[in-house]
Design a protein around this ligand. Structure first.
Ligand code: NAD
Length: 424
């Protein structure tokens, strides 16, 4: 779409822009690290003239990342990384107020989702910024001639990193990608505290159920699962964990949760949440065993963790929306409920992570983009972790912004921890 004076865009309604600006500025208050980076970028312009394609959830926090990249001189184009996660007021604000080409609308179908990805690919990016690896996949599979133009990329989430590592293992990945998810200041905080809180937020906004006393099942005890279970328990739910990794299962047990198979959990639970990054964790036999009124939500990256085809098959077309973001599947003897169509519940039914936690994830994104622009020639076409210096700098800036200072080791302590001679 073209509007005189505005960049190319496809957003739902430009009239939403003012409200979007207010919410972006509200999020900005909670993002001191990104503000510091933006101030430095305005002076140093480390991304001057670099074309960046960002395929990210279009939220207020992402808008602040995009503003930071633009302040560094980048020419940024934005598409959504999920058909249901776009905040339409934010998309409008990015176009109308900040002059960013955005191709994202909430609730698009698969074809439009990919049309939007192609629109940002048409800008011939030199840096890709992905959340789930869809843009990298598209460039490699459908636009191979363009791949040599790309200097490097960054990837936000666990699922994207798994896909990229698989590509690198097969020799298919043709440019270096920095796995932002692997930064400690990303996954220890974003996946655990951010997704933990916003998943509960999405479930409560969609259903308004009481968690106290409810039997909740969480599949996956990774960073995301740990965050969700701890918060459910804190609100009085009885929590069971489903895992396939024995170490993680033991950890869940010793953290005080019951551990069950999916088959054992299905008839027991009332609320089911998936956070595995895997497919069909709950399937036909589990749906059949779940009690009447059970509620299901997914917080993993793709809408593949619940076997939705099987669920639709069991309901034989008897599906209706009973509340905003809640579908009821009528299985005859009972009804099952699904939130946000099985897509990321924290983004589909709430606003995604709180800005204070995205501050660190997106500080890693901005600093990794700066690093990639400066060092791409030294990097191989494989997956890199965020340099430790960046990770520590993000933590240091966050603590400083919170007014917290740390002790330095004394000279005696430094000598002690680096010596092998002192023992018993
Ligand atoms: N909703 C969000 O905003 C958000 C944020 C961060 C990450 N994510 C996504 O959440 C998912 C999990 O991320 P993570 O960082 O916790 O990953 P992780 O690798 O730390 O944890 C995943 C866990 O799931 C377990 N698992 C795998 N298959 C399983 C199965 N069939 N049944 C039960 N458990 C199984 C694994 O053993 C592992 O312990 C990924 O898809 C990631 O991309 C979503």
């Amino acid at each position: 779409m073209s509007t005189p004076g505005l960049p190319a865009h496809d957003v739902t309604d430009l009239a939403l822009a003012d409200g979007g600006v207010r919410r972006i500025e509200w999020a900005e208050r909670e993002m001191p690290v990104l503000r510091l980076i933006r101030a430095r970028f305005e002076v140093e312009r480390p991304l001057a003239g670099v074309r960046v394609a960002a395929c990210l959830h279009v939220t207020t926090e992402t808008a602040n990342l995009v503003r930071t990249l633009a302040a560094g001189g980048a020419e940024v184009a934005v598409a959504a990384s999920n058909p249901l996660s776009t905040q339409d007021d934010v998309a409008a604000a990015l176009v109308a107020r900040y002059g960013i080409p955005v191709h994202a609308r909430r609730g698009v179908d698969r074809d439009t989702y990919y049309a939007h990805l192609n629109a940002v690919a048409d800008t011939h990016p030199q840096l890709t910024m992905d959340d789930g690896c869809d843009l990298v996949s598209l460039l490699h599979a459908e636009r191979p001639g363009q791949v040599p133009e790309v200097l490097a990329g960054t990837e936000e989430t666990t699922t994207g990193v798994i896909r990229l590592r698989a590509m690198a293992k097969d020799g298919a990945l043709r440019y270096p990608v920095i796995a932002v998810n692997e930064a400690e200041t990303k996954h220890l905080f974003d996946n655990r505290y951010g997704t933990g809180q916003s998943t509960i937020d999405g479930i409560l906004r969609a259903t308004n159920i009481l968690l106290a006393g409810r039997r909740a099942v969480v599949a996956g005890y990774g960073w995301v699962g740990k965050g969700i279970t701890r918060r459910l328990a804190g609100m009085g739910a009885h929590v069971a964990v489903v895992e396939v990794d024995p170490v993680r299962a033991l950890e869940a047990l010793m953290d005080g949760f019951a551990v069950k198979t999916a088959g054992e959990a299905a008839p027991w639970g009332e609320l089911f949440i998936t956070a595995t990054g895997n497919v069909n964790v709950f399937r036909r036999e589990h749906f059949v065993a779940m009690p009447d009124g059970a509620i299901m939500a997914n917080s993993g990256h793709f809408d593949a963790e619940l076997d939705l085809a099987a669920l639709r098959g069991l309901a034989e077309g008897h599906v209706r929306e009973v509340r905003r973001d809640v579908q009821e599947f009528d299985l005859g003897p009972k009804k099952l409920h699904l939130i946000a169509e099985g897509r990321l519940v924290n983004l589909g039914a709430a606003e995604g992570h709180p800005a204070a936690v995205m501050d660190m994830s997106f500080a890693n994104q901005a600093l990794s983009a700066e690093y990639a622009a400066a060092h791409h020639a030294e990097l191989e076409p494989t997956v890199y972790v965020v340099p430790e210096a960046i990770d520590r700098e993000v933590a240091r800036l966050k603590l400083a912004a919170l007014g917290i200072t740390l002790d330095d080791m004394t000279d005696e302590q430094k000598a002690y921890v680096s010596s092998w001679t002192s023992g018993t």
